[in-house]
Design a protein around this ligand. Structure first.
Ligand code: SAM
Length: 247
């Protein structure tokens, strides 16, 4: 049996075996997209290391389905470059970002969206008002990333809002910098997490320990000095005491 509100520094394929059938209310995962992502668009070189297991898309979907309650639902972030085809996908949410990646400047369009597969079990009902399946949320600016593919807290909070009640358990088995855990804490939900890389577990735990101080819903933009952007990330991670080059 696993402890609640803890991120295990463990391969999730092994970790999931420790979870009972129908034991979590919601699953939000952002696995490596299987595209060997490594941005070359940092002025002074990319401070992050390549994402573990990003050479091939491996999602333990059946095992995740086993641990999800019959009243629960699962969200999976993925890229159009590696389509996620599964008959349990009921809908796909398109996350439209405020700007787009550089990539192949002469031979390709700029990519301005990511995809989230929505996979509800039969007895799941929405817990929020009914949103459309196109969501606009700002991405986190490169200077403020603690993880190369860190997701904005705002979009994770929307997923949590649509699918859980206070006290419910959310599973994220590719925790990265802990965005799902921090969002759960802000919203009074419980979580279970796995993350392969120790350095990201450490960052996630530091974010969690300071999460209340940095509840961005309470921060304001004051004249001339921005304290937090839409993504909930202060413009300078020094506020968190964490810099990407500490990874
Ligand atoms: C796309 S990132 C998640 C980023 C996260 N959503 C955030 O906001 O920081 C995927 C993470 O999964 C981790 N990972 C890869 N394979 C894993 C596995 N088998 N078990 C647990 N974690 C894994 C990687 O180290 C990486 O940090």
């Amino acid at each position: 049996m696993l402890e609640i509100n803890k991120i295990y520094n463990q391969d999730c394929v092994e970790g999931l075996k420790l979870l009972s059938d129908s034991s979590v209310d919601c699953i939000i995962i952002d696995p490596p997209y299987g595209i060997n992502y490594f941005s070359g668009h940092y002025k002074n070189g990319n401070p992050h290391k390549p994402i573990a297991n990003d050479n091939v898309l491996v999602i333990p979907i059946d095992e995740l389905w086993r641990v999800l309650k019959p009243t629960g639902c699962m969200f999976i972030f993925y890229s159009q470059k590696k389509p996620l085809i599964d008959e349990r996908v009921k809908n796909v949410i398109v996350w439209v970002k405020n700007n787009w990646t550089a990539g192949d400047l002469e031979g390709d369009f700029g990519n301005q969206y990511e995809l989230i597969a929505y996979m509800p079990k039969d007895n799941f009902k929405l817990h929020s008002k009914r949103y459309s399946n196109v969501w606009n949320f700002n991405r986190i600016s490169a200077d403020n990333l603690l993880h190369p593919t860190q997701k904005p807290e705002s979009i994770i909070r929307r997923l949590i809002e649509t699918s859980t009640n206070e006290g419910d358990i959310v599973l994220d088995c590719f925790m990265g910098s802990g965005t799902t855990a921090v969002s759960c804490k802000q919203m009074g939900r419980r979580f279970i997490g796995f993350e392969l890389e120790k350095s990201y577990c450490d960052i996630a735990n530091r974010r969690l320990s300071q999460g209340t101080l940095l509840d961005i819903t309470k921060l304001e933009v004051k004249s001339g000095s921005v304290i937090a952007n839409d993504d909930g990330i202060p413009p300078n991670n020094k506020l968190l005491g964490i810099l990407p080059n500490e990874l």
